[in-house]
Design a protein around this ligand. Sequence first.
Ligand code: HEC
Length: 148
Amino acid sequence: MVLHSTLRITLLTAGLALAVLCHQSALGTATAPEKAPSAKPGKLYTVVDMNKVDPDTLIGWKVWRAQSCSRCHGAAQQGLVGPSLINSMKVLTKEQFVTTLKKGRIEKGMPNFGGVPFVADHLDELYAYLKGRSEGDIAAGRLTAITK
Ligand code: HEC
């Protein structure tokens, strides 16, 4: 009787182990879900192949281009008369970034963009783009939208 129940438990355990194994291999072979075209919750930006981004980040890049920020900060944000934003974006808080863009630092050569709706209305997008550049996830230069 004792032997019998031990055997049953052993078989049961083996069965469970097998079930777990099957489940794991099923998960392993499942295809990865397709990338969502917009930034994931909690993420500033989504980027594929370094030059395809979610629609909001694409707007951020367009703002950057339209305002010729590169004239002073460099085409790859590396710094010219203005500081390298690759470095700056690592230390600036979001609040400092927003204030700098809205009010500028006129006496130091940074214009204010508070009166430019295309910038002022898209500071989140511009921030996301520049963070992506600074974090090395987004390539310098031309970007396109993520296509499915
Ligand atoms: C006419 C030149 C010029 C243009 C155009 C310009 N900037 Fe600047 N920017 C500067 C200078 C100079 C500074 C440094 C100010 C200082 O010394 O505090 C600066 C500072 C900044 C800073 C703060 C950096 C830090 O480390 O504190 C950010 C962010 C920034 N610029 C973003 C932008 C963006 C985005 C644009 C385009 C919308 C832009 N700038 C356009 C000259 C410029």
